[in-house]
Write a protein that binds this ligand. Structure first.
Ligand SMILES: [Zn+2]
Ligand SMILES: [Zn+2]
Length: 328
């Protein structure tokens, strides 16, 4: 799971300078299986490769949050059709990375298609597609993307919002699309299903690694902290029993308040340690040598794959060095 975290981001950050990096589009997805987990009556979590997909179903139709990679679309659609044969009316993108938007073109085109068991061949036939909703910076990044990062324009958001949030009502429940400024990227949204009491967090919250901060696309350490604070504000737990608000992370397992609190605590403890070392004038190399993340490394760290501990430390050091202390 960890090695799949934002593989598209890896290619983007590396550009052409990192020879040998396998682009997401070149990965072999043949062995990937797509599974669904029922989260609440009308909410499912779809896991394959790339970011988790959240699916809301109801009498009106289907709403998806994120779409994973394009080569998985048929498998995703097949899994969706095991659960509902309603049309897909909406896709919400939590941010622009390819492991969350790669399937936009295919699943949008499958939008109004209502099939029985026969999925193959129906994707390309559909004339009218789902609406794709995202923060306006998602569209800005997708329109500017080139090469392996480029997504065909039919996969770009059709409805963008700016400001704090966008609200909609679908399948009998209010849905809040909440902008998390300058966090994982500058276009992050978390999607709060109010009646179901489920939050689809996007990559501001993951259980598989340290927080991924895409500095090149407007992410920041302080924005991650703010986003986690906002999630904690929304979550209402039920102590001593299953229930309360459930959180679907960008990557990793279905979570609750305790999981988000643990992650936030780690993020804040490391922030304070780094802040202290930066205040002392320590260089990046000195901070690395100090092994300030050591106690958390067994849970969140990695020496291989896309988001290694070293890369996290580099991003955290840079972001915290550049952010005025009173803004943290
Ligand atoms: Zn991701
Ligand atoms: Zn991402």
């Amino acid at each position: 799971m960890k090695k799949q975290v934002c593989a598209a981001l890896w290619t983007m950050l590396c550009g052409v300078g990192c020879g040998g990096v396998v682009h997401a589009q070149q990965q072999n997805f043949d062995a990937v299986e797509v599974h669904s987990l029922k989260v609440r009556d009308d909410i499912y979590m779809l896991v394959g490769a790339g970011g988790n997909i959240t699916m809301q179903i109801g009498d009106d139709g289907i709403l998806l949050v994120d779409t994973q990679y394009a080569p998985l679309s048929q498998k995703i659609l097949a899994e969706i059709r095991k659960i509902s044969d309603k049309p897909i009316h909406y896709i919400i993108n939590t941010h622009h990375h390819g492991d969350h938007t790669g399937g936009n073109v295919n699943l949008r085109a499958a939008g109004t298609t209502v099939t029985g068991g026969n999925v193959a061949g129906t994707i390309a036939d559909s004339a009218v597609g789902a609406l794709i909703i995202a923060h306006e910076n998602v569209l800005n990044h997708l329109t500017a993307a080139t090469g392996a990062q480029a997504l065909p324009s039919s996969g770009w958001p059709t409805n963008t919002y700016f400001g704090e949030k966008k609200e909609m009502f679908y399948n009998g429940e209010g849905i809040e699309i909440l902008h998390m400024p300058a966090a994982h990227t500058d276009g992050d949204s978390a999607v709060f299903f109010r009646r179901s009491d489920v939050i689809s967090a996007g990559d501001v919250f993951v259980t598989t690694s340290y927080p991924v901060i895409d500095l090149a696309n407007g992410g920041s350490y302080v924005g991650i902290v703010n986003a986690l604070d906002r999630l904690v504000d929304i979550i209402i737990p039920v102590y001593g029993q299953d229930g309360g608000t459930l959180v679907i992370p960008g990557h990793g397992r279905l979570s609750n308040l305790g999981d988000v609190l643990n992650f936030r605590e780690m993020v804040i403890v490391i922030r304070d340690r780094f802040r202290e070392m930066i205040d002392k004038g320590m260089t990046l190399e000195q901070v690395k040598a100090a092994k300030a993340t050591l106690d958390y490394d067994p849970v969140y760290g990695s020496t291989t794959g896309f988001w290694t501990t070293d890369r996290f430390i580099e991003a955290a050091y840079k972001s915290l060095s550049e952010t005025p202390k009173d803004a943290q």
